[in-house]
Design a binder for this molecule. Structure first.
Ligand code: PLP
Length: 365
């Protein structure tokens, strides 16, 4: 092999170097996918029609998001200047932090929660202040209020939260906005459809409230990467400064109107999942496993010390579930996405067989 021409390697920012690596276990997911809280079936057929109607000529153009943004704003009862489409909620988080978090600022995050808040915070010079949730994994409202300082610049609340499935009330979120007027309060409603409660109607009325939604979960469009951020125009103008005008691609923009329009499809999927959630909760109770109440399309379950073995056994039997043991306060816990009743009945059978096999090998489970 030839000698390299140049031998030095530029160093990353110290914050990036210190970050934990985050490698979600993607790849080889040709199984029952109960690991990423996706829609486990399909998107609306109307979306596929819209996708098929995209012409080769259309793909030569840069995507034009404005008219679709106006449509979404109208759907949400908001003004176009209050809504920005994003490349998934992930980009919404990234640009919000990029616009508001400076050196010396604090990002306040109740944990355990969605991992990407801390990851994107590492791309800024702000400090991350975490508030550990108690063992019941309920929203740590009092502790969060107590952790607010004059430096608190952004507070993130996933509502419902992942991996716990717990929720904050509207009153708690309002109080958080009142108690931290210097901070942007991001309410991440990625799982809104399975919960049914929202603060979207307050956008524009509360000067520091910003709400995120995704098309990756109930709508079944995770592969398109489509999300949105809604907030007062005075805040959204700063978000737009750092948002790439092309980050939402043409295919996603072409599909979005059809996805919004086919409410019947969305509602059917959501009610199927909610029914399946109730059934699966009973299956977990019968199996004697501790679980946390969930308002989302997943349930956190206590497996104990042999969590990794459980996840491996389930995978071998064709059901993917997600080990959350390394999340703060989640040792021994596994998150199981809820799909349809049929899928969850299969998952329950596989789970019971897995537990039986593991118990046969060791009484300690
Ligand atoms: C709370 C929460 N927010 C955001 C996301 C990511 O959403 P998107 O696919 O729109 O980037 C997830 C995905 O798991 C999530 O759990």
């Amino acid at each position: 092999m030839a000698e390299p021409l140049i031998t030095f390697t530029p160093a990353p920012r110290a914050r990036v170097e210190a970050m934990k690596e985050y490698h979600p276990p993607l790849g080889n997911r040709d199984a029952l996918r109960l690991d990423f809280n996706e829609n486990t079936l399909a998107c609306s057929p109307k979306v596929l029609e819209a996708l098929a109607a995209v012409s080769a000529g259309a793909l030569t153009r840069y995507p034009e998001r404005e008219s679709v943004e106006a449509l979404v704003a109208d759907y949400l009862g908001l003004k176009p200047e209050q809504v920005a489409l994003t490349n998934g909620v992930d980009e919404a988080i990234h640009v919000l932090f990029g616009a508001f978090l400076d050196k010396g600022d604090e990002l306040l995050v109740p944990v355990p929660t969605y991992t990407m808040y801390e990851i994107y915070a590492s791309a800024t010079d702000a400090d991350v202040v975490t508030v550990q949730t108690a063992d019941d994994l309920q929203f740590p409202f009092e502790q969060l209020i107590a952790a607010i300082t004059p430096r608190t610049k952004v507070i993130t609340v996933a509502n419902p939260n992942s991996p716990s499935g717990s929720v904050a009330t509207r009153e708690q979120l309002l109080e958080l906005c009142r108690r931290a007027p210097q901070a942007v309060v991001l309410v991440d409603e990625a799982y809104f459809h399975f919960h049914g409660e929202t603060v979207m109607d307050l956008v524009g009325q509360i000067p520091n409230l910003v709400v995120a939604r995704t098309f990756s979960k109930a709508y079944g469009l995770a592969g398109l990467r489509l999300g949105l951020l809604a907030g007062p125009a005075e805040l959204m103008r700063w978000v737009r400064r750092v948002l790439s005008p092309y980050s939402v691609n043409l295919l996603a923009l072409a599909c979005l109107p059809a996805a919004l329009k086919d409410e019947a499809y969305l509602n059917d999927y959501v009610s199927e999942v909610i029914t399946a959630r109730g059934e699966f909760e009973s299956a977990l109770d019968r199996a004697g496993l501790r679980r946390w109440p969930s308002r989302a399309n997943f349930i956190l379950v206590e497996i104990g010390a042999r969590h990794a073995e459980f996840v491996r056994h389930m995978r071998d039997a064709g059901v993917l579930v997600r080990d959350r043991s390394s999340d703060p306060g989640c040792d021994g816990r596994v998150r199981i996405t809820i799909g349809t009743r049929e899928q969850m009945r299969k998952a329950a059978v596989v789970m019971n067989e897995t537990l039986a096999q593991m118990r046969a090998g060791n009484e300690a489970l």
